[in-house]
Design a binder for this molecule. Sequence first.
Ligand code: 6GU
Length: 221
Amino acid sequence: MKIDVFSLFPEAFTWYLDQVHVARARSLGNDLRVWNYRDYTPLKHAQVDDTPFGGGAGMVMRIDVVCAALEAVYEADAARVRETRRVVELTPKGRQLDDALAAELAGGDLCLLCGRYEGIDERVTHVVSDRVSIGPYVLSGGEVAAMAVLDAVIRKVAGAVSNPESVTAESFAPELDGGVEYPHYTRPAEYRAWTVPEVLLSGDHAKVARWRQEQIRRPPT
Ligand code: 6GU
């Protein structure tokens, strides 16, 4: 799978790109690239934003700059890029990310557009296939949200996570009926008065499996 991220702050992604599951996904032939809109602006002084029509606070990212970046990277009309991949604008106005949407986005190539300031000019709707939010609150920019989308998507890419069971049996997956995962414990078995469920120390695998199944449907506490 090919993933491109467009941002005014590509350096925000360097830590994330170095994570072991991301490196593994890349070594398996997945292509993850981060582009800076500013490198493709046709405007003087590396301009990427402008004051809002109608007045008001803040700056708006220019649609001509966003399109110039897409056209340089894909060598195609910006409005046609969404014919070959999902083109996602990260915005608090978008559809809220959940496990099902992450699975959908993992199904083909992907392009993520991060906005800053007051966001991207609304005409970006002519370019995107999706608008995605990570929850009902406002972040300063799309980068943190893009990383959440990236991580949820990359965990679904075959081989990115070394133990496939830790992906399919994960919280919110259809395998768990959309429920949350069972609780985990490790050594020390005795610590203060904080006990570990006896069954997990019993060595009885069938009993452990039953206990975990019972735990799955409980809401998080
Ligand atoms: Cl995708 N962007 C911004 N700026 N804020 C958000 C968000 C996205 N999702 C939730 N809040």
